[in-house]
Every structure is written in C-alpha cells, then in structure tokens.
Design a protein around this ligand. Structure first.
Ligand code: SF4
Length: 382
C-alpha cells in the first residue's frame, strides 16, 4: 500500500531556528551537555473526565496526581534557565480537567513560554476555557474526537452520546475563534473494531469542521483476532481511497506501521518490525517530559513509570539535566542514532523501545534539517 503521508511538524522544528542548528549538531557530536532544552512536555494531571477503553495511560491514572501551580511555576522558571521556549500540555490525564488549569496557562503567559501544543478530549472547551487557551496563542490544539458520530464515540468513551453534540459545538467555536490567533486546530480518530468502517465519515466531519485530521491505531490496546481477520482489509481499502482522493486537507496517519505489520502477519508474510532506525531524535538533548508528581522521563513514548530518569526535588533542573543519568542517556542516544549500535551494546536507559515505539523515521522530536546535518557528520564524529 502506498502512503502519501504528510507528517506534521515536530515541536522542535517550530522552536529551533536555522542559526542554532549547527551549534546543536556540533554539541551533540562532541557529546557536550550544552544543548538548550527548548521543549518540555508537561503532564499536569493524571485525572481524566473520560474513560476511553483503549487508553494507554490507565497505569499512570491509578496514581491520580495533579501538579500544583507552585510546582508548575517552579518547573517553568527552572527550565527557562536551560533554554525552555515551548511546552506541550498533554497526556497522563486530560489537561483541561486540572482544577487550576487556567492558572497554569496564566503562568505560561507570564513567563513568555510558547504553548506549542495542547492535547485534549475537548469536552471542557467551553467559552471560558477556550478563551484562556487561545490567550496563550497555541500553535496547535489537538482534539481527540475518536469517532465521527455520537453512538460510536459513546462506545469508545463510556460517556452518554448526547455529550457528543456539545463536544462538536466546542470544536466549531474553537475553529472560528482560533483564526484570530493563527492556531491550527486538528482532530484525530482512532481505528478499532468500533470505528474501522467509518473512515469516509471521519473525512467528511473533518472537512465540515474545516480542520486537519489524523487517524491513529490503538496505542497499547491489542487488536482482536476479529479485527485482524475482518477489519484491516476494509481499513486499507478506505485509506487507499482517501490517499488518492483527498487533497483538500492535510491528512496524515500516525502509527500505521502496526496495522501494516498486522496485515502482513495475516497474509503469512514474515513481518518483523522494520530494523531501520528513526531519524535522529533530539528528545534526549532538547526535550524533557515531566509528570504531575515531578518525575522526569526522556519522552512520553518510553515513559517507564518504575524507572524515571530523575525527579524534581532539591536539585535545580539544570543540575538534573547534566547528571550522570542524563549524560548516560545522551551517550546511548548518540550511539543509537549516529552509530547504530543498539544491538551490539545493550542500552540501559533508552532501551530498544526507543526504536520500536516511534514509527521508523518518525522520532517524535526529530528535526529533519538537524538530523540530516548530524547524519552527514557521522563520519567525523569521535
Ligand atoms: S525516538 Fe521516540 S521513543 Fe526514542 S527518545 Fe525519541 S521520542 Fe522517545
């Protein structure tokens, strides 16, 4: 199946300007810790007002913790010392369900930190919340719509279907108001047994709303045998149709690799996950992910709750980010991405999930120009 996939920009592409690219490439090749940590993904709460049946954050949710505004401000100010420019408010739980979310947005504005992206289920995006979000001039608001109608949405979320109408009203109002802040609004849908035959409806709804959209597979929930046997051919046929015919809207597919592998397994084709490495992912150098309880991880894809890199405590973040464990992570990333030694030298921090979780050539925090620069310099690396 040929995919004409248009990928959205990574947050780093939005935050690193051209003149900084060489500086960062040199620092990474020299294994120097002096790279600005320009981006942070902050999970402000583990609480969620939905109960999506496939949610990959259910383990995290058992802890149900919330980041106090004082800790949020501490994190923002402390990260600013080491180069923070933008944040993504995302996962764990539903960010807008944090009881002081509007106060957190105020702290961002006050510290002149760009809200790069917010991921939300959209249920709480009423008037007041929308205005507070748009006041931060976010680059992107991503709304996880899951399904293109109330009945299926209700099956996915466990929420009564009548709420779907107010969710769609929230999206419509957001799209209208977002024009004044040049914010891109995008929606996503999930592909599973409930939604697999509604891809044309997803496209229609996105067009009606006037938003970009993407379709993703289940994050951690396994597909049933029935899905593999009966649904994948329908999904593939619909995707082929969309790829050929849809030119009006930016459309992209996230994590389709797993569907492709499942389809191949079904056809009896030896289907291993591709060995190809992603483009250089800059998460170990340029990004930080912080959970509501203050624990720190390299990125959301390799968040191992039992094994955080560190935790916000007595040490300033600038010291944490140059600690032995961070330096070890960076060295592993250098080996993995630049010298491709992941298999000969077992990794302790990034481990092999770093290759598997992000689709091939799709490191969440890659920056194509910088990746190219680093890979070209590979031969000159010490
Ligand atoms: S490649 Fe993916 S899993 Fe690995 S550090 Fe980057 S974002 Fe995380």
């Amino acid at each position: 199946m040929a995919h004409n996939v248009t990928l959205k920009q990574s947050p780093l592409e939005l935050l690193i300007n051209n003149t900084e690219i060489d500086h960062i490439a040199r620092a990474i090749l020299d294994n120097s810790p002096a790279v600005p940590r320009v981006f942070a993904e902050i999970h402000v709460t583990d609480h969620c007002n939905s109960a999506c049946r496939f949610c990959n954050q259910r383990t995290a949710r058992r802890r149900e913790s919330e980041m106090a505004p004082s800790m949020f401000e501490h994190v923002i100010k402390d990260l600013s010392y080491i180069g923070l420019r933008g944040v993504r408010l995302s996962g764990g739980g539903e960010p807008t369900a944090h009881p002081q979310f509007i106060e957190l947005l105020r702290i961002l504005r006050q510290n002149r930190i760009q809200l790069v992206n917010i991921d939300t289920n959209g249920l709480l995006l009423g008037n007041k919340m929308r205005k507070a979000v748009l006041n931060c001039k976010p680059r992107t608001v991503h709304i996880s719509l899951l399904a293109p109608d109330g009945k299926r949405w209700s099956q996915e979320t466990g929420i009564h279907r009548y709420k779907y109408r107010s969710l769609i009203s929230n999206v419509e109002a957001l799209v209208k108001e977002a024009e004044s802040t040049a914010t891109r609004v995008e929606v996503s849908f999930v592909i599973d047994e409930i939604t697999y035959d509604t891809i044309p409806k997803m496209e229609d709804l996105a067009n009606k709303l006037g938003v970009d959209f993407f379709i993703h597979d289940l994050n951690s929930y396994s597909y049933s045998r029935h899905f593999l046997d009966h649904c994948i051919p329908v999904v593939n046929a619909a995707l082929n149709h969309i790829h050929e015919d849809t030119v009006r809207r930016r459309f992209y597919i996230k994590n389709l690799t797993r569907l492709e592998l499942a389809r191949k397994r079904l056809a009896g084709i030896n289907a291993q996950r591709p060995k190809e490495l992603p483009t250089v992912c800059l998460a170990p150098w340029c990004a930080t992910m912080i959970r509501p309880d203050g624990t720190i991880f390299p990125c959301c894809a390799i968040m191992d709750l039992k094994n955080p890199l560190s935790s916000i405590g007595m040490l300033p973040l600038r010291e944490i980010c140059t600690s032995q464990r961070f330096l070890k992570m960076q060295e592993e990333a250098r080996q993995l991405f630049l010298f491709k030694q992941a298999e000969s030298e077992p990794l302790q921090i990034l481990n092999t999930r770093c290759i598997g979780r992000c689709g091939p050539k799709e490191g969440l925090y890659s920056h194509p120009a910088l990746s190219q620069r680093l890979l070209q310099s590979e031969g000159s690396a010490p």
